[in-house]
Design a protein around this ligand. Structure first.
Ligand SMILES: [Zn+2]
Length: 623
């Protein structure tokens, strides 16, 4: 059991997608400049020069939402003092339309717009923006440039080429998958970096993290992987994570086989030192076509951080399959200020998440039972959502209030749809064809530059596979019938068995901790969950306030340490709790660590599977 309490904070992963790299035209580019040297009141001056404008009015936008977050972010709200200048340097009239758009009159005379951009990490609650899609300005130390949070666009000019110029101190390094076109010292200590993009989307698809150089790179087949780390207290460095990342991405490339969607990949890891206190507090990652931004708490232990990164980054990396390689028009022509959502989140997020688990068992990184435990956990979490909701309807309306809370379920039930579809495909093809094979066919048919029509996908998949697969999709994905998981499990010789299951010391499962926090910030044993054998053996009780364990004081500030410290215990070790019971009485409780067990259901292999079940299971998990 290697789950971390971070799951409690819902490790949200998200997708972002679009085509990249068409040839950069000869046209005069839109010029965007960020000045990271002259930071004022924690704000960065941004200048956007569109070149010659031929219309009398023009609208300047900063994104309201970006691909993959499935939420409204209003990045324009972080822009201050927006001004438009003509070629003589005089101001032009600007009308504020809303938080994210500005109308500019006499636009034929427009030279440029300028504004001061604030960052999101140190705003209260980060303005509701997921940290991995957010921005950081920490003068001289760190600039996390999710560029959709800095650079805006003019209507009708999103498909024009962009030139991005970044003025920075010499000692900051640009970690990014973006190709640095040019870099030169413009005055002592100050360098200008130039990046070129074929269209606005490419600007937003290439986040850059400026920080002191702390990078490692390695090659997997023909692909260059860059890992750039910002660890504010220097607790970690990039080298720490290289073995884990290299092992994982090598296994992923192995799993993917001939699919080869990118020859470079950048992992930008931002570690938050003081989550929620002026620093990022929403952990997870956002994917891009050739990179991912990952935000995690710096206080985590190396081992659990490695473990979390494995799950998070593998998910993001598999997004090169979908939506990068296979996506609909809604994704391809993403509208940053009036987004239309595709109905196929089950594919973009669900199948991606499924593969991020499947490859681990196929490549021998986890055991069969580990894989079953993850599947079962996804079933348990997904059943807290409406199981009869049409997944395609939900997906299409994910930005609407009625559906937006279902977002987390795309990683749960979405992955389970992928699993059931995989088993069904294997069954119908006598083990020959699985979901990855289907994805390869779809990649060959579409690819990153050719989107499909949202409504044509199910008929196309049916055509490529079996009529029964069409039925599956119409019944369980667009339809409202819950998936009868047990039927699928029977086919591969698995069953849900009730009994005593192993749990973590402080977590029954990632979404059911045994502990909570009271209004004083103290850690309390829950009284609404049956405690594990570990607590029962020690005679601890629901409602007990945990003051210290083995002499170390714990509270909300270092609750993660408690999880991390407990992960180092072994059965038989002496353990000592000091708890407060019933308000005033403090008790010292001494005993020994026992294997924590709790009642629950567990997905396990049946005792005597028949040949058919064995073969199907083998083709599903091992072939
Ligand atoms: Zn994702």
């Amino acid at each position: 059991m290697k789950k971390t309490i971070y799951a409690l904070a819902i490790i949200a992963t998200a997708l972002g997608c679009k085509t990249s790299q068409s040839t950069i035209s000869e046209k005069e580019p839109v010029l965007a400049t960020l000045d990271l040297v002259n930071v004022k009141d924690d704000k960065v001056m941004v200048t956007v020069d569109p070149g010659k404008i031929n219309t009398e009015t023009i609208i300047f936008y900063i994104p309201k939402t970006v691909p993959g977050t499935y939420s409204t972010s209003n990045y324009g709200a972080y822009a201050e003092d927006l001004k438009a200048y003509d070629y003589k340097g005089d101001e032009l009239p600007v009308t504020v339309y809303d938080e994210n758009s500005w109308g500019i009159s006499n636009a034929t005379r427009l030279d440029k717009v300028t504004y001061w951009m604030n960052d999101t990490f140190d705003v209260s609650g980060e303005g509701g923006i997921y940290s991995m899609a957010g921005t950081n300005i920490n003068e001289g130390k760190n600039f996390l440039l999710n560029l959709h949070g800095f650079v805006g666009y003019f209507n009708d000019l999103t498909e024009e080429p962009y030139q991005l110029e970044i003025i920075r101190a010499n000692d900051l390094y640009a970690g990014s998958a973006f190709d640095l076109a040019q870099s030169s010292e413009i005055k002592p200590g100050v360098t200008k970096d130039i990046f070129r993009a074929s269209r606005y989307f490419e600007v937003t698809d290439n986040p850059i993290m400026y920080a002191a150089p702390d990078t490692v790179s390695f090659k997997v087949d023909q692909m260059d992987v860059l890992l750039h780390v910002y660890s504010p207290t220097k607790k970690f460095n990039a080298q720490d994570f290289k073995p884990g990342m290299e092992k994982m991405i090598t296994a992923q490339k192995d799993f993917l086989g001939e699919i080869d969607n990118t020859n470079k990949y950048a992992i930008l890891l931002y570690l938050s030192a003081t989550p929620g206190d002026g620093d990022a507090a929403r952990f997870g990652a956002l994917e891009h076509h050739t990179s991912t931004v990952v935000v995690m708490p710096e206080e985590m232990e190396k081992e659990s951080l490695d473990e979390s990164l494995k799950d998070i980054v593998s998910h993001e990396f598999f997004h090169i399959l979908t939506p990068l390689g296979v996506h609909s028009k809604e994704v391809h022509y993403f509208d940053y200020n009036d987004p239309q959502m595709s109905r196929h989140l089950w594919l973009y997020e669900g199948v991606t998440e499924y593969f991020a688990n499947l490859f681990q068992v196929k490549q021998g990184l986890i055991s069969n039972q580990d894989f079953y435990d993850r599947i079962q956990e996804k079933i348990a979490i997904s059943q807290r959502f409406d199981d009869s909701m049409s997944f395609t309807e939900m997906s299409r309306n994910i930005l609407e209030d009625e559906y937006k809370d279902s977002y987390y379920n795309v990683y749960q039930k979405g992955a389970l749809i992928g699993m059931a579809l995989d088993i069904r495909l294997r069954e119908l093809s006598n083990g020959e064809m699985g979901l990855l094979d289907l994805m390869k066919q779809l990649t060959a048919m579409y690819g990153k530059d050719k989107p499909f029509e949202d409504e044509e996908l199910f008929p196309v998949i049916t055509e490529l596979t079996y009529p029964e697969i069409g039925e599956f999709l119409n019944t369980y994905v667009s339809g409202t019938t819950p998936i009868p998981y047990n039927q699928f499990f029977t086919r591969v010789g698995l069953e849900m068995r009730q009994g005593q299951v192993a749990v973590d010391y402080f977590l029954k499962d990632p979404s059911t901790p045994f502990i909570t926090v009271n209004e004083n910030g103290e850690i309390v044993l829950r009284d609404d969950v049956e405690l594990s054998t570990f607590f029962k053996e020690l005679d601890l009780m629901g409602g007990d306030v945990i003051k210290s364990v083995n002499g170390k004081t714990y509270n909300v500030q270092n609750v993660y340490d408690l999880i991390g410290d407990a992960a180092k215990w072994s059965v038989g070790d002496p353990v000592e709790f000091v708890v407060e019971r019933g308000g005033d009485e403090e008790l010292k409780i001494e005993g020994k660590v026992v294997e924590p067990m709790s009642t629950g259901k567990r997905l396990v292999e049946i005792m005597n599977p028949n040949g058919e079940q064995m073969e199907l299971r083998h083709s599903w998990l091992k072939s």
